[in-house]
Design a protein around this ligand. Structure first.
Ligand SMILES: [Zn+2]
Length: 133
């Protein structure tokens, strides 16, 4: 709960990877209870995966809030994103609450710099977010 970072998982149709639309959002407790980092509660993560399996979905990304900084992956986020168990197809949706209004941006984070082309030395590419009903 604010001012701690909030977090959760994005679920989309199984087997489509990064091109599939998000169909469901599962809020999950921030086990780190921090306003600077988030850690998806392992039980919440397991419940979300079970829900996804039961509904023909899979985890396609993660959402979290930045309560004091811009909607851009932090150094900690990037460390997490490139861990071997985190699929590189995941969307990293970040909501910043630092400016008095919510700013929503989504990113792909690659395991190596230059993955998205020579102008992307950081290994981070911003994605377009389309909000539909
Ligand atoms: Zn972050």
């Amino acid at each position: 709960m604010y001012p701690e970072e909030a977090c959760g998982l994005l679920l989309g149709p199984a087997g489509l990877g990064a091109v599939g639309a998000v169909r469901h959002f599962r809020p999950i407790d921030n086990a780190a209870r921090s306003s600077r980092i988030f850690q998806l509660d392992p039980r919440g993560f397991m419940k979300a995966e079970r829900f996804a399996d039961d509904n023909g979905l899979e985890v396609v990304g993660v959402v979290h809030s930045h309560t004091h900084t811009a909607a851009y992956p932090s150094a900690t986020d990037i460390q997490e994103a490139v861990k071997p168990l985190v699929p590189p197809s995941w969307h990293w949706l970040i909501v910043s609450l630092a400016w008095g209004f919510p700013e929503l941006r989504s990113f792909a984070v690659a395991p190596s710099p230059g993955h998205f082309g020579s102008d992307s030395a950081s290994g981070i590419a911003e994605e377009t977010v389309l909000l539909t009903k």
